[in-house]
Design a protein. Structure first.
Length: 251
């Protein structure tokens, strides 16, 4: 039996380790779009997407993949659509894990947005902003004013030159509250722009914002097609049941 893990998250790495311990005979393949850092997982690592293999369906057929579990970032929709389509075409199992969203707590000042464009346009009233939205395109950066002071924090270098008023911070989570507080104070940040990614790796910025009474402009998650699982333990149980029942399709 072979399980393809669509990864790139701490949840995916944890899942690979748990499944390897629970089902040592299960062959694991761990896929990442690009290597920010070499994942320490007990699996064959594939990076760079599946176009190089003729697409996901072609890869799964050639490599005799029996199931796909999608543990990519909650905002990653394209890969999920491809995986769901491939699993349907091939008649193999597909699971999608979505870690729970962050919830507002007492003292939080969140403003909720459905699109990145609306969020970025709304930042115009602030002089100093921290963007933790992942990659931001030139078109999206154009929604910001040139007299603003912007700090863009990402794990990998921006794919295009940044305007002079946008400063890049290279950083890879997990982050702690003390460091986040120091960052906000150092740059006199007045507002944070964030995706509602959920999880603990990047949650410290929310606590720091709460302490300093800095508003958070929160980008809501996109709609995800098909069934999802938010309980990690329940997902592991389902995967183990599948691994112990060869050639079965378990919902």
């Amino acid at each position: 039996m072979k399980l393809l893990i669509l990864g790139g998250t701490a949840d995916a790495r944890h899942l690979a380790k748990v499944m390897h311990q629970a089902q040592p005979s299960l062959e694991l393949v761990y896929s990442v779009a690009g290597l920010v850092r070499q994942p320490n997982v007990p699996a064959t690592v594939v990076s760079g997407g599946f176009t190089q293999f003729g697409g996901l369906s072609a890869y799964c057929t050639a490599q005799h993949v029996d199931g796909i579990v999608n543990v990519t970032h909650p905002f990653s929709t394209t890969m999920g659509d491809h995986a769901q389509q491939a699993s349907s075409e091939l008649g193999i199992n597909y699971w999608r894990f979505l870690r729970p969203t962050w919830q507002q707590k007492a003292g939080d000042d969140w403003r909720l947005f459905s699109t990145k464009e609306k969020l970025l346009r709304a930042l115009s009233g602030y002089e100093r902003a921290l963007l933790t939205l992942g990659q931001v395109s030139p078109k999206e950066l154009a929604f910001l004013k040139s007299d603003q002071h912007i700090w863009l924090r990402t794990a990998v270098q921006p794919t295009h030159p940044l305007p002079s008023h946008v400063n890049w911070i290279k950083a890879i989570g997990p982050f702690n509250e003390a460091c986040e507080l120091a960052l906000l104070k150092q740059h006199h940040i007045q507002v944070i722009a964030s995706k509602n990614s959920g999880g603990s790796a990047t949650e410290a910025k929310l606590a720091a914002a709460r302490t300093l009474k800095v508003p958070v402009f929160m980008l809501q998650r996109p709609d995800i097609k098909g069934p999802t699982e938010e309980d990690f333990g329940a997902l592991i149980d389902r995967l183990q049941a599948w691994a112990e029942t060869p050639m079965a399709v378990i919902a």
